[in-house]
Design a protein around this ligand. Structure first.
Ligand code: FAD
Ligand code: DHB
Length: 390
């Protein structure tokens, strides 16, 4: 097979890039390790930046998002028994976020790829990039007994944190920056009315909690748990009891509980790999960087990589201009590090660290009271939460 761009990974980054390029006449193939059902069973992000929503519309994938997603003009932080609101509209200069699940984003992208006859290969085993430092790279994968070769101009590694693409960059070229947090998030999805119509981040002495939603009849809740915990050891009752303990009394009294339809634990970590380009391989999304989910930056940062890469590839094919490709890594990383900073800050502000000392507690309290007493501080949070410009 011969295509212009071979994309490894059929998650949101890979599918969105493939859809955008296809609409501009650039031929791609997406190689995904798992089945479509497997990819669509993942419950992850819920909050999309307005810039990401715009990109979905540009990809002709925004119709259902605009119909079923919810625009949120603010979010809340519960602390010390009270709830304070960050007014995104007011402090970001008129912007907001879209509450629409990553699962639905991915479903819409798959449907759009089907509509245009896009090439998406599922269950592609042993995907391997070759000769990425040369002018004639190619990718091989196994389909049953058969080994298939895809010749291409460029390879895009959009295969998530555990993918193969980043690992194909020589060790002496790659610099990796990592921070591991000593806890995870236990998340559940339940067909219940959300406790709040807006997202609520909760700082509590028993640990962090998050009340989020997918719609007014579908709730997503998280609680901070030790890394050693297993989802199967948390009954639904135990989850609801612990969540209630962490909520201010007025919210706890309103909480509607029900059976979980999904339950999983996500460990929290920060990671950046530099550079995001090696020869003819470009990394995008979680393949190059990861953030702790506090602050909802992961998928949104993946989308800004896709935006830069999409424009760089258009300039290459349409105008023979390679300046976008040449500056891709630097440009993407500048925004990636800002998302890292914000996610780290939100994580430090809201979680209970097992090794903290009383000095850390006082700093956390001071940070919180400063945030809600300063319009400047609120502006900083709002402009990061709605998404810095691409
Ligand atoms: P992925 O979604 O990981 O997709 C990569 C794809 O590549 C997968 O389908 C995988 O199967 C495939 N793959 C892997 N290896 C190979 C291989 N060898 N060959 C071929 N294919 C391969 N972000 C936000 O912006 N907002 C939020 O509110 C938010 N909340 C989150 C909550 C939780 C609990 C978690 C865990 C994450 C959250 N995130 C959030 C982060 C977000 O989910 C990720 O950043 C996003 O999934 C990145 O998309 P991606 O396409 O780059 O990578
Ligand atoms: C959700 C996840 C997040 O990480 C976040 O900051 C807000 C919402 C969610 O899954 O809904």
């Amino acid at each position: 097979m011969k295509v212009q761009v071979c994309i490894i990974g059929g998650g949101p980054s890979g599918l969105l890039l493939s859809q955008l390029l296809h609409l501009r006449g650039i031929d791609t193939v997406v190689l995904e390790k798992y089945s479509r059902e497997h990819v669509l069973a993942r419950i992850r992000a819920g909050v999309l930046e307005h810039g990401f929503a715009k990109l979905m519309r540009e990809a002709q994938c925004g119709e259902r998002m605009d119909r079923e997603g919810e625009i949120h003009h603010g979010f809340n932080i519960a602390h010390d028994g009270r709830v304070d609101r960050v007014d995104l509209l007011k402090y970001s200069g008129g912007n907001s976020v879209m509450v629409y699940g990553q699962t639905e984003v991915t479903r819409d992208l798959y449907e759009a790829r089907d509509r245009l006859g896009g090439k998406v290969i599922h269950n592609a085993e042993d995907v391997t990039p070759h000769d990425i430092a040369s002018d004639a790279p190619y990718v091989t994968y196994r389909s049953g007994e058969e080994t298939v070769r895809v010749d291409c101009d460029y390879v895009v590694g959009a295969d998530g944190f555990h993918g193969v693409s980043r690992k194909s960059i020589p060790k002496h070229v790659l610099r990796e920056y990592e921070k591991v947090y000593p806890f995870g998030w236990l998340g559940i999805l339940s067909r219940t009315k959300p406790v709040s119509s807006e997202v609520v981040y909760v700082k509590h002495e028993r640990g962090f909690a998050l009340c989020s939603l997918r719609s007014q009849v579908l709730s997503r809740y998280y609680i901070q748990v030790p890394l050693s915990d297993k989802p199967e050891n948390w009954s639904d009752d135990a989850f609801w009891t612990e969540l209630k303990r962490r909520l201010p009394s007025e919210l706890a009294a309103r909480l509607i509980t029900g059976p979980s339809i999904e339950k999983s634990i996500a460990p929290l970590g920060s990671f950046v790999a530099e550079p995001m380009r090696y020869g003819r391989l470009f990394l995008a999304g979680d393949a190059a960087h990861r953030v702790p989910p506090t602050g909802a930056r992961g998928l949104n940062t993946a989308a800004s990589d896709v935006y830069y890469l999409y424009h760089a590839l258009i300039d290459h094919y349409r105008k023979g201009d390679d300046s976008g490709l040449d500056s891709y890594s630097e440009k993407a990383l500048a925004r990636v590090w800002k998302a890292q900073r914000f996610s780290w800050w939100m994580t430090m502000l809201l979680h209970r660290f097992p090794d903290r000392v009383s000095y850390d507690d006082r700093l956390q309290e001071t940070e919180m009271s400063y945030l809600f007493s300063s319009e400047t501080a609120m502006r900083l949070v709002a402009e990061n939460y709605v998404g810095l410009p691409f």
